[in-house]
Design a protein around this ligand. Structure first.
Ligand code: SF4
Length: 180
């Protein structure tokens, strides 16, 4: 506060577009739904703990998908778990984001070839915004993923809000523009 003291005493007006202000607020308070499924979840928990301190970015965990802006899928997505992930994703309100953390969630990881019980990437059931590579990724990598997501939100237009392809398909019955 010392730096700001008196500096804006006489002229305390800041001019900024509404969109920039809202995007700044959104990117600075990303509440995440923690979807820890295997070993990667340990690194996700470490990122939230005091050494790496997620909170300093406004990133805090929520237990309910209805209160979450972003879902972190951290670990091995089994076939049985895939439908649960999809259901909880649908319960999040728009705009919603997904970070896929680790090789398992990105592509099946060590189970890619012979894991009959593992989904070969969570993006087979929900859209992913940021992929964090590694087996497991270190906390710094997950933090980098959040910074990338923040960049994305900064450049997003709230006039045309992000709507996932599935939602658009369900609402309009049409394929979204640009989809294959
Ligand atoms: S990517 Fe590696 S560390 Fe992460 S859940 Fe899979 S096997 Fe475990």
């Amino acid at each position: 506060m010392g730096l700001l003291d008196k500096k804006y005493h006489d002229s305390n007006i800041i001019i900024v577009s509404l969109e920039s202000a809202l995007n700044w607020a959104r990117k600075s308070s990303l509440w995440y739904e923690q979807f820890g499924l295997a070993c990667c979840a340990i690194e996700m928990m470490a990122t939230a703990a005091s050494d790496y301190d997620f909170d300093r970015f406004g990133v805090i965990p929520r237990s309910s998908p209805r209160q979450a802006d972003v879902m972190i899928v951290a670990g091995t997505v089994t076939m049985k778990m895939a439908s649960r992930i999809e259901r909880l994703y649908e319960q999040m309100s728009e705009p919603r984001y997904v970070i896929s953390m680790g090789s398992c969630s990105n592509s099946g990881g060590p189970y890619w070839e012979h894991g009959y019980h593992v989904l070969k990437g969570v993006d087979k059931v929900i859209p992913v915004d940021v992929y964090v590579p590694g087996c497991p990724p270190r906390p710094e990598a997950l933090l980098e993923g959040f910074l990338k997501l923040q960049d994305r939100i900064t450049n997003e237009s709230i006039i045309e809000p992000k709507v996932s392809e599935e939602s658009e398909k369900k609402t309009t019955g049409k394929e979204p523009v640009g989809a294959e």
